[in-house]
Design a protein around this ligand. Structure first.
Ligand SMILES: Nc1ncnc2c1ncn2[C@@H]1O[C@H](COP(=O)(O)OP(=O)(O)OP(=O)(O)O)[C@@H](O)[C@H]1O
Length: 976
C-alpha cells in the first residue's frame, strides 16, 4: 500500500477479479477514506468524556474511534472541514484543562481505502455465500448447530479458550505424549517414500551381499577344475610319428586343429632332436608355451605323451589328449573323455585360517549390514535438523512441550520404525537360509544385535542433529562418518587381526576404542556371531572325524569334544561357549552399545536442560561484561532506564520487565542494555531496520538464546532461571514460520492445543474456530508445505494465541499477509489487548504499529532511540506537515492553469513562508511545511479561507509528518 501510495500516479483496486475503483491516491483517499484522524496524546488526568463533549459542541456526531493506552482517536469527516479551525482552536485553548499533552492530525491511508473497497466486496461475497447455504437448507452452521456470525467469531474463540479447563499433571503429560506421537506418526506417514527407502536400502544390500558371497563361494571348498588347454596362454603342441598314416596320430593332429590351436607337426623325426633344437633356439618360448606333445610309433602302436613339468596340470592334460585321440579314432568323433581336477577339502587348519581372515558369509553380512545401516541411521537426523532449524522445536517448548516427553516419544517412535527396518532385514535373511542365520534362535540373536544397535544409534543421531543447519548435509555427513568410523574401522581392525602381520595387539587396542561407535559394534557383533557359529561347526566336524576313528579302532569314547580340543585347543576346547560371553562372544559389543546409548541419552538431556551452560558458567565464573556505552540520550528512554534501575518500577506490577538486557553474539553486540517495563492492556511495538536487534530481544524473552548480561522477568518469573514457567505464560509467533511441513494446518493447531493442555475434543473445535478467525479455513486440511506464505503466517499467528496466554510475542506477524487479513488480525489483537493481555510485537509496518501499539520504541544498533506512544513520538520528532492541494481542472487552457498554480503558490508562500514545494503533477501540488510551531487550528483556518477565496482550489489535505518519517530519522544511524 505504501509503495502504491508513494509511487503510483494512478491506483486501481481489484477484488474478486474485477476493478473496484481507480484514480490518484488523493482522489481515492478523499472519496473512500474516512477523513482525518485526530489523535490526542492524553495525560494521566485526561477526561475522555469532557474532550468528546468539547468536540461534539462543534461536530455533534463525533464519536471516540479508539481509546488505547495514552492515545485517543476521533475521525473527522471531510465535509466538516469548515468547523475544524474553530474546534481545534477550542481544543488548543482547553488542552491544559482537559489533560491533553498534545495532538496531531493525519489523513486517511491508502490501506484504509483498500479495506473499505475490499471489505465491501468481501461482504457482498459473504452474504452471497450465506444466502446460497441457506437456500440449500444448510445455513452456515457449526457442528453444535448454531449459525456463526463472522463478526462474533473472534470473541467466541476467546470465550471458548477461557472456558477451557486446562489440563495439568498426569492428564497434561498424556496430552503431550499424544501430541508428540501425532507429530511423529504423521510426519513418518506423510514422508512414506523416505521410510520406504529406509527399509529398502538394508534389504537390497543384504540381498546383494548374499548373492555376491554365494558367487564367490566364500563358505565352501574350492571348485573343481576342468583340465583343458584353454587354461594356458598360446600353447604350442608338438607331435612326431614314424608313420604318417597312423590313424591315432592323425586324430591327435586333427583334434588340435579343430580347436584352432598352434601345433607343430615334426613328422617322421625325433622328438628329442626337435625339442633340443627348439630349446636352443628360444628357451623361454619352449618353457612358457610348449605344454604338451606326443610321439606316435606305428610299429607297435605305442604313444608317448610328453609334458612340460613347469606348468600346473600338464601330466593329466597330455594324457587327456593322448587318450582322446585313441577314443576318437577307435569309437568315433562323437566320443571323448573329459578330465577334471577335484581339490581336496580344506584342511581343518586352513578352514580355521580362512575363518580368521574373514573369508566367510558372516564377514560379508557384517560388512554389508553395517554399511547399509550407515545410510539408514542418518535418516533419523533429517527430521530433527529441520525441526530445530525452522524453530518448530523451540515453539513446541514455548507451547509447553517437556524435554522428557519430546525425546521419549521421539525415541519410542523412531525405535519402532527401526524395529520394522530390522524385521525386514531378518525376514530377508531368513529367506536365504544361510548357515548360522536360519534358525529362530540365530535370527533372534541377530535381531537382538540390531535392537542394541538401534538403542545406541538413535541418541547418537539426535545429538549429531544439533551440529547441522541443513538437513541434507547432515544426512550426507553422518552417513560418511558412520561409514568411516564404523565400516572402515571394522575393515582396518580385521586386516590388523591377521596373525601373519603380527599386529593383533594393535587390532585389539583399536577394537576396544572403536566399540563406542555403534556401527562398528554392530559389524563386529555380526562377524563374531558368525565366527562362533562357524568355529562350532568346524569343531563338530573335527569331532565327527574323532568319533569315526574311535569306531574304527574300538578305543573307549572319552568325550565328544576331546578330539577337536586336542587338534584345535585354542578354538575347540570351549566348544559350548556362550554367544554373549565377554571375552569371545558379543558381550562386549552389547554392553558397549547399551552403555553408549545411555551415556548419549544423558548427554542429550543434559544439553536440553542446559546443564553444560551451567557447568561452563561455573568454570568460567564470568559472564559477558556490561557494554561500555549506553547508546542513547533520549529523555524518555533514559527515564525508563532510571525508573527500572532505581527499582521505582519492578517486575511485580509489570507483565514484562527488562533490566539492562544485553546480548552478544561472539563480539557482536546485538542488544545493548535494554530497560523496559510493559503492563497488561499494553501493546508494545519494537521498530527498527534489519539487524537492529528486535528478534534477538524476542529470542531472549522466549528462551531461544541466553541473556548475556542483565536480567528480565515475565509475569514475575525470571528469564534466566525460570524459563520453563515463563513458557506457560507466553504465546510466540516467530519471525519465520516454525511449522512442520508434513502436517496439515488443522493437525498443527490441534498439536499445539494439546501441548497447551487443551483436551483433544476441544482442540478440533478450537482449530476450526482459529482458522476462521485468521481466514485460512479453506486451507485447514492442506499440508503446511502447500500453504502460501501469507497463509503460513496466519497459521503461525493463530498458534501464538492458543491457550489464551497472558503475554503474546509477535515477531513481524503480518509479513506477507494481504491487507484484509492483516486488518482482521489487527482487530483480533486489539480485542486481545483490550481484554487485559500484554502484546509485544516487532514490525516493519508503521501502520501496524500505529494501529496496535500503545507504546513503541525504535531500535537502532541494539538500543532504544526513542520510546513512547505514536502520537508522542510524532509530536516530539515531527519535522513538519504535508499540505496537498487539488487544483480544479482548467478547460485545457495552459495559460489558465499556470495562473491557478501561481495563485495557490502565493497563498502558501504568504501564509507558510517556510513551505517547500515537494511535488506538482496532474492537478495536485504538495508542500512540506517544516514549521512545527504552527497550531493546527491556524493552518486549517488558512486553508479553509483559501478554499473560499481561490476558486481553483477544489480540495486540500493537511497532515502531520508520519511515523515513517520519525522512523527514518533514527534508522539513518544504524551501523553498516
Ligand atoms: N546467531 C547469530 N550469530 C551471530 N550474529 C547474530 C546471530 N543472530 C543475530 N545476529 C546479529 O545480531 C544483530 C541483530 O540481529 P536480529 O536478528 O536481532 O535483528 P532484527 O532487528 O530482528 O532484524 P530483522 O528485522 O532483519 O529481523 C545483527 O547484526 C545480526 O547479524
Amino acid at each position: 500500500m505504501d509503495e502504491a501510495d508513494l509511487l503510483g500516479d494512478r491506483i486501481a483496486i481489484m477484488a474478486g477479479g474485477s476493478l473496484q475503483c481507480c484514480g490518484s491516491s488523493f482522489f481515492l483517499k478523499k472519496k473512500y477514506g474516512a477523513g482525518y484522524h485526530l489523535v490526542i496524546a492524553k495525560s494521566q488526568r485526561c477526561d475522555v468524556g469532557k474532550v468528546t463533549s468539547l468536540l461534539r459542541h462543534h461536530i455533534p456526531s463525533i464519536e471516540v474511534e479508539n481509546n488505547v493506552g495514552s492515545e485517543l482517536t476521533y475521525i473527522l469527516s471531510e465535509e466538516q472541514s469548515a468547523v475544524f479551525q474553530e474546534m481545534l482552536s477550542d481544543l488548543e485553548d482547553n488542552s491544559l484543562k482537559l489533560g491533553i499533552d498534545s495532538y496531531g492530525i493525519s489523513l486517511t491511508t491508502m490501506e484504509e481505502v483498500f479495506m473499505k473497497v475490499g471489505a465491501d466486496h468481501g461482504q457482498e461475497e459473504e452474504n452471497d455465500h450465506i444466502e446460497m447455504l441457506n437456500r440449500n437448507g444448510d445455513a452456515y452452521k457449526e457442528k453444535n448447530g448454531h449459525i456463526v456470525d463472522s463478526n462474533s467469531r473472534s470473541s467466541e474463540t476467546k470465550l471458548n479458550m477461557q472456558e477451557n479447563d486446562f489440563l495439568t499433571g498426569w492428564p497434561l503429560w498424556r496430552n503431550h505424549v499424544l501430541a508428540m506421537f501425532m507429530k511423529k506418526v504423521l510426519s513418518t506417514v506423510r514422508s512414506w517414500i523416505l521410510f520406504l527407502i529406509q527399509n529398502i536400502i538394508p534389504v537390497a544390500f543384504l540381498i546383494i551381499a548374499i548373492i555376491v558371497a554365494r558367487q564367490m563361494n566364500a563358505s565352501n571348498d574350492l571348485p573343481d577344475l576342468d583340465i583343458t588347454l584353454d587354461s594356458y596362454d598360446n600353447p604350442i603342441t608338438v607331435m612326431t610319428t614314424d608313420n604318417v598314416n597312423n590313424n591315432i596320430f592323425n586324430q591327435y593332429r586333427e583334434m588340435l586343429q579343430t580347436e584352432y590351436r598352434e601345433s607343430i607337426d615334426w613328422g617322421i623325426t625325433s622328438m628329442h632332436y626337435n625339442m633340443l633344437n627348439a630349446t636352443v633356439e628360444n628357451t623361454a618360448r619352449v618353457r612358457m608355451r610348449y605344454i604338451i606333445g606326443a610321439t606316435f610309433s606305428g610299429k607297435n602302436d605305442t604313444i608317448t605323451a610328453w609334458f612340460n613339468n613347469e606348468p600346473y596340470h600338464s601330466p593329466p592334460l597330455t594324457l587327456q589328449y593322448a587318450i582322446n585321440s585313441i577314443v576318437k579314432s577307435k569309437l568315433g568323433l562323437d566320443y571323448s573323455i573329459s578330465f577334471s581336477n577335484f581339490p581336496l577339502p580344506f584342511t581343518i587348519d586352513t578352514q580355521f585360517a580362512r575363518l580368521a581372515q574373514g573369508s566367510n558369509m558372516g564377514f560379508q553380512l557384517a560388512f554389508n549390514i553395517a554399511f547399509s545401516m550407515s545410510f539408514v541411521s542418518s535418516f533419523y537426523v533429517l527430521f530433527y535438523v529441520r525441526e530445530r532449524v525452522n524453530k518448530s522445536k523451540h515453539l513446541q517448548f514455548v507451547s509447553g512441550a517437556k524435554v522428557s516427553s519430546f525425546w521419549l516419544i521421539a525415541f519410542v517412535w523412531d525405535y519402532m520404525t527401526f524395529i520394522f527396518t530390522s524385521l525386514c532385514l531378518i525376514i530377508t535373511l531368513a529367506c536365504f537360509q544361510e548357515d548360522g542365520f536360519k534358525t529362530g534362535i540365530e535370527l533372534g540373536r541377530m535381531l537382538a544385535i540390531l535392537m542394541f544397535f538401534g538403542f545406541s544409534m538413535l541418541p547418537m543421531m539426535y545429538i549429531s542433529s544439533f551440529f547441522f543447519t541443513i538437513p541434507s548435509s547432515g544426512y550426507t555427513r553422518m552417513t560418511l562418518l558412520s561409514i568411516f568410523l564404523g565400516v572402515a574401522a571394522f575393515m582396518v581392525v580385521q586386516v590388523l587381526s591377521v596373525e601373519d602381520l603380527d599386529l593383533t595387539h594393535v587390532a585389539n587396542g583399536l577394537h576396544w576404542g572403536f566399540l563406542i561407535i555403534p556401527h562398528y559394534a554392530l559389524a563386529t557383533a555380526i562377524h563374531t556371531v558368525s565366527l562362533i557359529f562357524s568355529t562350532q561347526s568346524l569343531c563338530d566336524a573335527v569331532n565327527e572325524v574323532g568319533d569315526s576313528i574311535l569306531n574304527i579302532t574300538g578305543l573307549p569314547d572319552t568325550g565328544i569334544a576331546d578330539y577337536a580340543c586336542i587338534i584345535q585347543p585354542e578354538r575347540c576346547c570351549d566348544i559350548e561357549q556362550d554367544y554373549f560371553s565377554w571375552t569371545n562372544g558379543i558381550g562386549r559389543n552389547v554392553v558397549f552399545m547399551l552403555v553408549v546409548g545411555i551415556v548419549l541419552f544423558v548427554i542429550l538431556l543434559s544439553h536440553e536442560y542446559r546443564v553444560f551452560d551451567i557447568i561452563i558458567y561455573c568454570f568460567k565464573r564470568q559472564i559477558a561484561s556490561k557494554p561500555s556505552q549506553e547508546g542513547t540520550k533520549d529523555s524518555d528512554v533514559m527515564e525508563e532506564k532510571r525508573r527500572i534501575r532505581s527499582g521505582e518500577i519492578s517486575f511485580k506490577d509489570h507483565c514484562v520487565l527488562l533490566k539492562d538486557v544485553t546480548r552478544y553474539y561472539g563480539k557482536t553486540l546485538a542488544v545493548n542494555q535494554l530497560c523496559l517495563g510493559i503492563k497488561e492492556y499494553e501493546c508494545f511495538g519494537l521498530l527498527g531496520i534489519n539487524g537492529a536487534g528486535k528478534t534477538s530481544t524476542f529470542k531472549m524473552m522466549t528462551g531461544d538464546v541466553k541473556i548475556s548480561y542483565g536480567d528480565g522477568w515475565i509475569n514475575g518469573m525470571n528469564l534466566k532461571t525460570e524459563m520453563k514457567k515463563v513458557h506457560k505464560h507466553i504465546g510466540y509467533c516467530p519471525q519465520f514460520d516454525a511449522l512442520l511441513d508434513d502436517l496439515t494446518g488443522k493437525e498443527t493447531l490441534v498439536m499445539y492445543c494439546l501441548l497447551r493442555g487443551i483436551r483433544l475434543k476441544d482442540s478440533w473445535h478450537i482449530a476450526e474456530q482459529l482458522s476462521r478467525d485468521f481466514d485460512f479455513h479453506r486451507h485447514l486440511n492442506k499440508q503446511v508445505k502447500n500453504y502460501s506464505g501469507g497463509s503460513k503466517r496466519k497459521l503461525s499467528a493463530a498458534l501464538a494465541l492458543i491457550g489464551d496466554p497472558p503475554i503474546i510475542f509477535l515477531d513481524e506477524p503480518t509479513t506477507g499477509m494481504d491487507p484484509a487479513t492483516k486488518r482482521n488480525l489487527w482487530d483480533t489483537l486489539c480485542k486481545i489487548r483490550d481484554s487485559g493481555k500484554c502484546l509485544i510485537l516487532t514490525s516493519h509496518s508503521m501502520e501496524e504499529c500505529e494501529a496496535l501499539c500503545t507504546r513503541l520504541a525504535i531500535m537502532v544498533n541494539g538500543t532504544f532511540k526513542c520510546l513512547g506512544s505514536t502520537q508522542h513520538l510524532k509530536n516530539k520528532f515531527s519535522e513538519g506537515y504535508m499540505l496537498t492541494i487539488k487544483v480544479r481542472k482548467a478547460n485545457t487552457d495552459t495559460h489558465e492553469t499556470a495562473t491557478n498554480i501561481e495563485a495557490i503558490e502565493h497563498l502558501v508562500k504568504s501564509n507558510f513562508p517556510s513551505a517547500i514545494p515537494k511535488e506538482s503533477h496532474q492537478e495536485l501540488v504538495t508542500y512540506f511545511i517544516p514549521d512545527v510551531t504552527l497550531p493546527w487550528s491556524k493552518m486549517f483556518g488558512i486553508m479553509e479561507d483559501g478554499k473560499k477565496s481561490i476558486s481553483v482550489i477544489e480540495d486540500y489535505s493537511l497532515g502531520q509528518s508520519s511515523l515513517e518519517q520519525v522512523f527514518l530519522l533514527f534508522t539513518k544511524q544504524q551501523r553498516e
